[in-house]
Ligand binder design. Structure first.
Ligand SMILES: [Zn+2]
Length: 101
């Protein structure tokens, strides 16, 4: 499944994600940065998180969003990190867990 809309709201520091089934959530930039799926942030073999969420700046924001094929978004962050490829599956998981909170 692919979102029908993905917007970055810089004033509130959140992504707004809307899905075809009606699910619509706001995801703080900081949380999305903390869930970066790249090999620097998550151990590819064990799945353990290598990134200490406490080191993420409070004012973290995306500086560039690039679509990677039609299955993912590559995010460049204001802290210079740019190796995270966020698949639609990951956005969906982030959205579903945001709603459960
Ligand atoms: Zn990363």
């Amino acid at each position: 499944m692919q979102p029908t809309a993905l917007r970055a709201h810089r004033d509130s520091r959140e992504f707004e994600v809307t899905w075809p089934d009606g699910l619509s959530v706001r995801l703080p930039f900081r949380r999305v940065r903390g869930e970066c799926p790249c090999a620097t942030c998550i151990d590819e073999i064990t799945g353990a998180r290598l990134l200490d969420a406490n080191t993420i700046p409070a004012d973290i924001a995306p500086t560039e969003l690039g679509y990677s094929g039609n299955y993912a978004v590559k995010i460049t962050w204001s802290d210079g990190h740019n190796t995270g490829i966020y698949t639609w599956d990951r956005w969906r998981w982030l959205s579903e867990t945001a709603e459960a909170k």
